[in-house]
Design a protein around this ligand. Structure first.
Ligand code: F6P
Length: 329
């Protein structure tokens, strides 16, 4: 069997460990792996990883020592052309011409929307792996890259706390999550922040300012507010303006962590999850499965139809929202 593997959409730390697992698992069971560069854009342009003999094939050595590296050795992209009928037809033709029987796309909701669309034109098997720092897919408790992104954000907030304390200031730290508060909420709890502004809960500036006055009265010298970029009020800069208008009792500084959160060496949790899911995706293909995402729920490996992974907003755990409130006030 010839299995294609690609990474698409926003890169996530751990994608390399997932590629390695796909390659090693498939080869160990006597199958071939074609590495497709630059996601769906590279598929359309037939940009394949070539081995030493120039064959479009990955081997055991092509994935040596990549698990600890951030980014993705196959590179990634967001591809508009792929979502057109012509693009999808062309992609199916490329897959057929190169005798690829199955595809493992590693990515987030956009990647899986693309995979579902492709399935209308191509009858090969598709089993996705969840690779996104956002942790916003249904079907896996955690996505590959989330733990590292939180780790990076927490390290940054810890450092900011030092200077915030020294100057007795408040920081608004914006983290990624276009539609999701997962990174913000987990970062806030781990970094002992006072507040998280996330799209899943209402952000009321009057309420925040009341809380800040309470904190000031209780002698709190520094405050950390973690803002999800997708908060319904807007990002950290918008919130800073709104808070200053309603007389914030602290001097405020803003920092958007941005793409910093997507880089860096993946933490062991992401490497292990990625290795497990890459191996599981190959096994699922060999068992004839298709149109599904490989995920881990409560420690068990599970398959979820691709359409379901992005069909609804994945809620953040209510207990974590409560925990943050309890610990901060
Ligand atoms: O990887 C997901 C994500 O990090 C979102 O949280 C963010 O809004 C988006 O990617 C931005 O990515 P880019 O700048 O690569 O389009």
């Amino acid at each position: 069997m010839r299995i294609g593997v690609l990474t698409s959409g926003g890169d996530a730390p751990g994608m390399n460990a997932c590629i390695r697992a796909v390659v090693r698992a498939a080869i160990s069971m006597g199958h071939e792996v074609v590495g497709i560069y630059r996601g769906y854009a590279g598929l359309l342009r037939e940009e394949f990883y070539k081995d030493e003999r120039g064959h479009p094939m990955m081997n055991l050595r092509s994935v040596s020592d990549i698990s600890r590296r951030g980014g993705t050795i196959l590179h990634t992209s967001r591809c508009k052309e792929f979502y057109t009928d012509d693009g999808l037809r062309k992609a199916a033709e490329v897959l057929r011409r190169n005798k690829i029987d199955a595809l493992i796309p590693i990515g987030g909701d956009g990647t899986f929307r693309g995979a579902v669309a492709l399935a209308k034109y191509w009858d090969g098997q598709i089993v996705g792996c969840p690779g996104t720092i956002d942790n916003d897919l249904i079907g896996s408790d955690y996505t590959i890259g989330f733990a590292t992104a939180v780790h990076t954000a927490v390290e940054a907030v810890d450092k900011l706390r030092d200077t915030a304390d020294a100057h007795e200031r408040m920081f608004l730290v914006e983290v990624m999550g276009r539609h999701s508060g997962y990174i913000a909420l987990y970062t806030a709890i781990a970094a002992a922040a006072e507040i998280a502004c996330i799209p899943e809960t209402p952000t009321d500036t009057g309420e925040i300012v009341r809380l800040l006055h309470d904190l000031k009265l209780r002698g709190k010298t520094s405050v950390m507010i973690i803002v999800a970029e997708g908060d319904e009020r807007g990002g950290a800069a918008v919130l800073q303006k709104a808070l200053c208008e309603v007389k914030c009792p602290y001097e405020v500084r803003v920092l958007a962590l941005g793409h910093l959160q997507r880089g860096g060496s993946p933490v062991p949790q992401d490497r292990i999850l990625a290795s497990r899911l890459g191996d599981f995706a190959v096994h699922a293909i060999l068992q004839g499965k298709s149109g599904v995402m490989a995920g881990e729920q409560k420690g068990e490996l599970v398959l979820t139809p691709l359409e379901e992974t992005f069909a609804a907003h994945r809620p953040v755990p209510e207990v974590y929202v409560k925990l943050l409130e309890t610990l901060a006030t």
